[in-house]
Design a protein around this ligand. Structure first.
Ligand code: PMP
Length: 404
C-alpha cells in the first residue's frame, strides 16, 4: 500500500532491497510528512506563543492547528485535552508523576498488567517507591491477553488508577480495554491507556473508548521522532499539578508564588516542538487520506497471512496465536525442544536484508512469565505487503536450517 511514498524503503541493505518489519519500534516516513517538516523549517521557524512578530504568530497558529488536528484524530472533545510530550514514555512519566502528586498516598495501589512495556511499568513503580504505594499486576489469560475478569480480585478501596496497553508491543494482541474501562469506571477508578501500538493501527476515538488518559508516540505513526501526546479528560487534567516547571507553563512567576498557565500549557514547560507538531499533523493527514479503516483492514489481513505463513515453518511457536492482532507477531523457532536463540535468528535475517526485532522488547516481566529470553518480532505497517512476508519466511527457513 503506497510504498512509493516512503523514500527509505528504496534503500538497499547488503545489496538487497530492504524488507522493513520493525514497525512497532518505529515507522518509516512518508514524503508528505518530510516535506511538511522542511516547509516548517523553511518558512515558519520562530519560537511560538511569546512573539509579537509575524513569523512567530504564523508558527504559533500552525502549532495550535496541529494540536487541533491531533485532537480530531484521537476523537478528543477539545484541543485543551491534548498535551504535547516527547513520546509515550514521556507521557506516561508525566502522568505517573503528576497523578501521583495529586492522588496517591502511602498504602494506595496502582494496577498494571503482566505484559506491559517497561514504559508503562517503571514510571508507576517509581511513583510507588516515592509514595510507599503498591504496584499490583493484572494477570494474562491462556491466550496471553490481559485477563479483565481478574480485575475485580485486584480492586480495593486503595486502588487509584489502572494503566494498560491497548495493544501489546510484543504479542500484537488487542487488549480488552473497553471491558477494563467499564469495570474500572463502575468503581470510579480512572484508566490510562498506553496507545503506543494502537494509534498507528486502529481507528482511535478516546471519547468512545471513554479512557481517562491515552498516550502515544508520533514516530510510530509515520510522524517525527521526539514528539508524543498525552490525552487526558479535561476534568482530570484540571486536577493535576504540572510535572515540570519552566517557561510556557506559567501564568505569573513571583518568588513567593507562581501561578500556572491554563490547559494544556501548564503541562508543556519550555519551547515546544512546533516543527514536529506540523510534521505530525501532516502524517495524520496522510493516514486519513489513505483511510484508517482501510489501513486497519489491510493490516489485519496481512497479519493473518503472516501468522499462517509462519506456522508453516518447522519448529515455529507463535505467541498469542489466533487472537485479534494489530500489526505485530512474536515467535520463536525450536529444534526439538531447543530454542534457536532469537538474537541469532534476527542476525541471520538481517544478513538477508530483513529487519525484525529480537529480544525482550522492553517487556522483561512478560518474558519471565513466558520463561523465555526473548522472541523474534515481525511488525507490519501500511506499506508492507505479502512479498515482504514471503521474503521473511524464505529467509527464516534458511536461518533456522543454519542453526539446527
Ligand atoms: N509502550 C509501548 C506499548 C510501546 O510499544 C512503546 C515503544 N516501543 C512505548 C510504550 C514507548 O514509546 P516511546 O519509546 O516512543 O516513548
Amino acid at each position: 500500500m503506497n510504498r512509493e511514498d516512503f523514500p527509505l524503503l528504496s534503500e538497499l541493505v547488503y545489496g538487497k532491497l530492504l524488507v522493513y518489519l520493525d514497525n512497532a519500534a518505529t515507522t518509516q516516513k512518508p514524503r508528505q510528512m518530510l516535506d511538511a517538516m522542511t516547509d516548517a523549517y523553511l518558512h515558519r521557524n520562530a519560537n511560538i506563543h511569546r512573539g509579537v512578530h509575524h513569523l512567530s504568530q504564523v508558527a504559533t497558529e500552525k502549532h495550535e492547528q496541529a494540536r487541533q488536528r491531533v485532537a480530531d484524530f484521537l476523537g478528543a472533545r477539545s484541543a485543551k485535552e491534548i498535551v504535547f510530550t516527547k513520546g509515550t514514555t514521556d507521557s506516561l512519566n508525566m502522568l505517573a508523576f503528576s497523578f501521583g502528586e495529586a492522588f496517591v498516598r502511602e498504602g494506595d495501589e496502582i494496577i498494571v498488567s503482566q505484559s506491559e512495556h517497561h514504559s508503562n511499568i517503571v514510571p508507576w513503580q517509581m511513583l510507588c517507591e516515592r509514595k510507599n504505594a503498591r504496584l499490583r499486576v493484572l494477570p494474562l489469560d491462556d491466550s496471553l491477553r490481559i485477563d479483565a475478569s481478574q480485575l475485580e480480585n485486584l480492586f480495593n478501596e486503595r486502588t487509584r488508577i489502572i494503566s494498560v496497553a491497548h495493544v501489546s508491543n510484543v504479542l500484537g494482541c488487542i487488549e480488552p480495554v473497553e471491558e477494563i474501562i467499564r469495570i474500572a469506571h463502575s468503581r470510579n477508578i480512572p484508566v490510562c491507556i498506553d496507545g503506543a501500538q494502537s494509534a498507528p493501527h486502529l481507528p482511535i476515538d478516546v471519547q468512545a473508548l471513554d479512557c481517562d488518559f491515552y498516550a502515544c508516540s508520533a514516530h510510530k505513526m509515520y510522524g517525527p521522532t521526539g514528539l508524543g501526546v498525552l490525552y487526558g479528560k479535561e476534568q482530570w487534567l484540571e486536577q493535576l499539578p504540572p510535572a515540570e516547571g519552566g517557561g510556557e507553563m506559567i501564568e505569573h512567576v513571583r518568588f513567593d508564588k507562581t501561578t500556572y498557565n491554563q490547559l494544556p500549557y501548564k503541562f508543556e514547560a519550555g519551547t515546544p516542538d512546533f516543527i514536529g507538531s506540523c510534521a505530525f499533523a501532516a502524517a495524520l493527514d496522510y493516514l486519513d487520506f489513505i483511510g484508517r479503516k482501510q489501513i486497519c483492514e489491510y493490516e489485519n489481513s496481512l497479519t493473518a497471512y503472516l501468522e499462517n505463513r509462519l506456522a508453516e515453518v518447522e519448529g515455529v511457536r507463535i505467541y498469542s496465536r489466533g487472537t485479534e492482532k494489530a500489526g505485530a507477531v512474536s515467535f520463536n523457532v525450536y529444534h526439538d525442544d531447543r530454542l534457536l536463540h532469537p538474537f541469532d535468528i534476527g542476525t541471520l535475517l538481517d544478513r538477508q536484508g530483513i529487519a525484525v526485532r529480537t529480544g525482550h522488547h522492553c517487556a522483561e516481566p512478560l518474558m519471565d512469565y513466558l520463561g523465555i529470553p526473548g522472541t523474534v518480532r515481525a511488525s507490519l505497517a501500511l506499506y508492507n505487503d505479502r512479498q515482504d512476508v514471503d521474503a521473511l519466511i524464505k529467509a527464516l527457513r534458511i536461518a533456522a536450517e543454519m542453526l539446527r
